[in-house]
Design a protein around this ligand. Structure first.
Ligand code: HEC
Length: 218
């Protein structure tokens, strides 16, 4: 016979089980509470133990604020953390020949290291002279003048990484001067420009328009 759901109600002895069901639900809830308390206890115990052992091992050294200042040299796109100081294109030109040209070429295009200058820094695909320009500046199609979105990054990079064989040997004034010179060679500032904390973040790089920000402001 097919099983047809009944629409009638029949008095049954199930009613007697209701107190039992209530009791079971209460037990279940109580058990859950105990379990939760146990988990929390274990977690707290573990973190306390962890904190204790970390303190006991005594790894690492607390840095003095002077040391922190030495490492905390990141310059942000908006110019935050730029140090005081200044440098001109003229000073940069001389420094460049002394300290950079040996690797980047007298004009910043010959290499052997990365090309820093050239044709507005970028050879456009729509540029009819592109093959000729690449033949003239064969080392890299892009230079910092074209691809880097922020002038402040140039300062940060030179200060922390260049010259390659002696990073962090340049004074802040020298880094401002070299940054000013490279920007001028890329046609982004005038020949009499002087760069400092206020002026450098105002230089608009063509690379910004070609860049997608992976960290949009929240
Ligand atoms: C001993 C060789 C050497 C000297 C000297 C040197 N550089 Fe470099 N530079 C390199 C190399 C190699 C790279 C590429 C590094 C990399 O990509 O990891 C580079 C990269 C750069 C870049 C980034 C280029 C890019 O497209 O990523 C800049 C800017 C730069 N140098 C500026 C300077 C300045 C300014 C000086 C002078 C103070 C200087 N360099 C001196 C070898 C040198």
């Amino acid at each position: 016979m097919p099983c047809i759901p009944s629409t009638t109600t029949t008095p049954s002895s199930l009613g007697a089980w209701v107190p039992m069901a209530v009791w079971r639900t209460r037990m279940f809830k109580w058990l859950l509470r105990v379990l939760r308390a146990l988990c929390l206890g274990a977690l707290l115990g573990f973190s306390a133990l962890h904190a204790q052992t970390a303190a006991e091992i005594g790894l690492g050294l607390a840095l003095e604020s002077a040391e922190i200042a030495r490492y905390s040299i990141t310059v942000f796109p908006d110019g935050r953390n730029l140090p005081p100081g200044q440098g001109s294109v003229l000073q940069g030109a001389q420094l460049y020949q002394e300290k950079c040209a040996v690797c980047h070429g007298a004009k910043g295009i010959e290499g052997p290291a990365a090309r820093l200058v050239g044709s507005g820094g970028f050879f456009s695909w729509r540029d009819p002279l592109r093959p000729l320009r690449i033949a003239k500046y064969p080392l890299l199609v892009l230079s910092v003048g074209a691809s880097w979105p922020y002038a402040t990054t140039l300062f940060d990079y030179i200060r922390r990484a260049m010259p390659r064989q002696a990073p962090k040997t340049l004074s802040d004034d020298e880094v401002y001067a070299l940054t000013a010179y490279l920007l001028q060679r890329n046609g982004l500032v005038d020949a009499d420009a002087v760069m400092d904390q206020q002026l450098l973040p105002q230089v608009v790089m063509p690379g910004l328009a070609r860049t997608v920000n992976a960290w949009p402001p929240s």
